[in-house]
Write a protein that binds this ligand. Structure first.
Ligand code: C5P
Length: 238
């Protein structure tokens, strides 16, 4: 079963556990792929973006400024969050309140990207992220999993796709949920977010030197999954 909750692990067990990192730009499909890989292997899953989203939301709820790095650090260290696997769904609680759906909104994504620019905040979330590395293994999804958080991971994936393809996928998702969407505006938005993520001073988005880059533009989710599982087998992780 894929466990999405983990207790803090000691440093030694963190290093001994196999980790597959999956980093990539917005709408590259890494969330979906990371979950599929974790389920296929029966490993734990870390959605690191959810931690940044939780912190942004927590700070806003408490009236703490998203620019005040000193005030954000203790909140990041003691984030009152719980990840609960329930009937195949992931329930995320913040201070006892179910925020699973609200967490995914653009509004909270914006709060997340504002707290994520502070290096002390990123450092404060580091131990929490590393604590997800528990046996039998971890799939970690984010922007800096391979470059900063799990630098010794034996398999690092950098998943990308063209801005047009990512916009098309996002457009289809929004339409399926009954939202209005404009494809050209989505392409523009994705280009802007790439520019910001790749050129920010703190933990910029880039493939780790030893990452395997997968361009999923012409691929299906199953193709990408097969490729990653094949690599995991080749490296005798499974
Ligand atoms: O992946 P997700 O969209 O949930 O991430 C929300 C925001 O959190 C991102 O836009 C990014 O600014 C930040 N983030 C980060 N490092 C990570 C994961 C997310 O800076 N490892």
């Amino acid at each position: 079963m894929t466990q999405v909750m983990a207790q803090p692990a000691s440093q030694s067990s963190t290093q001994a556990v196999s980790v597959i990192t999956i980093d990539g730009p917005v709408s590259s499909g890494k969330g979906t792929i990371a979950r599929r890989v974790a389920v296929a292997l029966g490993w734990h899953l870390l959605d690191s973006g959810a931690l940044y989203r939780l912190l942004g939301l927590h700070a806003r709820n408490l009236g703490v400024s998203l620019e005040d790095s000193d005030a954000l650090v203790p909140l990041a260290r003691d984030l009152p969050a719980r990840f609960i696997e329930q009937r195949g769904d992931l329930l995320i609680e913040l201070a006892g309140v179910d925020v699973s759906d609200f967490l995914r909104t653009e509004e909270v994504g914006e709060l997340a990207s504002r707290v994520a620019v502070h290096q002390p905040v990123r450092d404060a979330l580091m131990a929490r992220q590393q604590s997800f590395a528990q046996p039998p293994g971890l799939v970690a999804d984010g922007r800096d999993m391979g470059t900063v958080v799990f630098t010794r991971a034996p398999l690092k994936i950098y998943l990308t796709a063209s801005p047009e393809e990512r916009a098309r996928r996002r457009y289809n998702q929004l339409k399926e949920k009954g939202f209005d969407a404009n494809l050209a505006a989505l392409v523009e938005d994705i280009r802007n977010r790439d520019e910001r993520d790749m050129n920010r001073d703190v933990a910029p988005l880039k493939p780790a030197d030893d990452a395997l880059v997968i361009d999923s533009t012409p691929l299906t989710i199953d193709d990408v999954l097969d490729r990653i599982l094949g690599e995991a087998r080749k490296r005798t992780l499974v």
